[in-house]
Every structure is written in C-alpha cells, then in structure tokens.
Design a binder for this molecule. Structure first.
Ligand SMILES: C[S@@+](CC[C@H](N)C(=O)[O-])C[C@H]1O[C@@H](n2cnc3c(N)ncnc32)[C@H](O)[C@@H]1O
Length: 229
C-alpha cells in the first residue's frame, strides 16, 4: 500500500485547485514562465492540479504518481490533458533526457532522496531544471519573525475567506489517518535536502516561500549539470 492511499480522497477534496498553494504556485508559475520548458514532469502529482495548470504553459506535460487511489483521482481530473503514469520517483518510467523540467511540489518529503535524485537527473536533459518546493522541519529563528507573521496572516486570511476549505482542512489534519501517515514520514531539514541535492545538481537558488514555527516551505531551483546529451 502506498503512503497516500489512505488519505488520497480526503486530501484531494481539500486541495482541489492549485490557487490554494498560495506560496508555492506563484513561485513555480514564474519559474516556468521564465524557463519556457517544452516538456515537464510533475513528480508525485497527487490529484493533478499542478499538471492541469501547467497544461496551458508547455506543450508536453507528464505526471507521475505512485498511489493507485490518487492516480485514479488525477486521471479523472486531468481527463487525458496530460500523460499520467503510475510509479514512483525512485524508478521513473520515462526514458533518459526526456524532460526540460521536473517539478516536485510537496512530494519530495516522501521519497528516498538519493535514488529519486539519481532518477530525476537521468530523465532531465543536460541543462534541464529541477524545481523542488516542500515543507521542511524548522526551528525557531528570531530573524524570521516577520516571515512567521506574514505567512500566518496569509494562511488565516485564506481560511476566513473560504470557510468551506477551512472546514475540510481541519477535518483532514485532525484525522487519525492523516496523523498516522505524517508520523510515518517525518519532515527532514532543508539543510539535509540541500546536501543531498547539491551532490547531484547545481543549486541556483534556494528561497524561503513560507515560514512557520513547526516547519517552513522552501523552494530549490536546481540545474542538471550532466554535460552529455
Ligand atoms: C502532499 S502530496 C502532494 C501532491 C501534489 N504534488 C500536490 O501538490 O498536491 C504528496 C504526494 O507525493 C506522492 N508520493 C509519495 N511517495 C512518492 C514517491 N516515492 N515518488 C513520487 N511521489 C510520491 C504521494 O502519493 C502524494 O500524492
């Protein structure tokens, strides 16, 4: 059984549109607009909302998702707009140098990093970009006080504006299934991720996207430095 099978339906019901990713989506959208990739892989695509949003921005979008339950939700949502495959980052079912860009939005946490990074590098073209945005373990940093406040306020405003979303979010995060799943996949630190990624990629940029006491969302822009291909 895959990590997300037990929570897939509840998760997909809460996060049903990419705009709910207030911090991550504008950042990713700008990077895609700047890089203008022709081929993109959405790695750990969940219900497919990112792939769906990218479909208008690049001609060749593929999506990969290991959970059969999540995959069937994505298949329904995407309705053939992108090429969706079931599989995991540690063994990507696409050929070498297939993509200009690979994006992992909130899925890296669940991967075996060294194996997944090997595979991401393999499927990326030379000079291709790996964009990673995920939640990492945090510890209190007084220098980030203004960022904690800004991120908290942005999240609160969202919840106040959209009561239905807030209700569903509370139900999801309060559920035993959700807590069990997260407990089995504890957050790791951004410093560890940076070390693992730097072994395989040239890291061009690391950006704090949102900050909270219990963890922060960090974005990495990484370039494939493989010269062949
Ligand atoms: C928090 S959800 C994020 C889904 C989607 N990217 C989004 O932004 O909503 C994490 C996703 O990572 C997927 N996942 C878990 N292990 C994975 C792996 N080894 N390779 C790729 N995806 C994985 C899960 O099945 C789940 O769909």
């Amino acid at each position: 059984m895959e990590a997300y099978d037990a929570v897939a339906r509840d998760y997909a019901a809460v996060f049903d549109r990419i705009e709910l990713r207030t911090f991550e989506w504008p950042w990713i959208r700008n990077l895609v607009a700047r890089e203008r990739p022709r081929s993109v892989l959405d790695l750990g695509c969940g219900n497919g909302y990112l792939s769906g949003a990218l479909a208008g921005m690049a001609p060749d979008i593929c999506a990969l998702e290991p959970s059969p339950v999540m995959c069937s939700i994505a298949r329904k949502n995407l309705d053939g707009a992108v090429l969706l495959r079931q599989g995991a980052a540690e063994s990507i079912p696409f050929g070498d140098r297939r993509f200009d860009m690979v994006i992992s939005l909130l899925s890296f946490r669940y991967m075996v990093w060294d194996r997944a990074l090997d595979e991401i590098r393999r499927v990326l073209k030379s000079g291709g970009v790996f964009i990673l945005a995920d939640l990492f373990a945090g510890s209190f940093n007084p220098l980030y006080l203004h960022r904690y406040a800004a991120s908290w306020a942005a999240a609160r405003i969202h919840c106040v504006r959209d009561r239905e979303y807030y209700k569903k979010l509370r139900a999801l995060t309060g559920s035993e299934r959700w807590r069990t799943m997260l407990g089995e996949h504890p957050k790791r630190s951004a410093a560890c991720a940076r070390k693992a990624v730097a072994e395989q990629f040239h890291i061009e940029r690391i950006q704090l996207l949102s900050a909270a006491l219990r963890g922060s969302t960090v974005g990495f822009v990484c370039r494939n430095r493989t010269l062949s291909g």
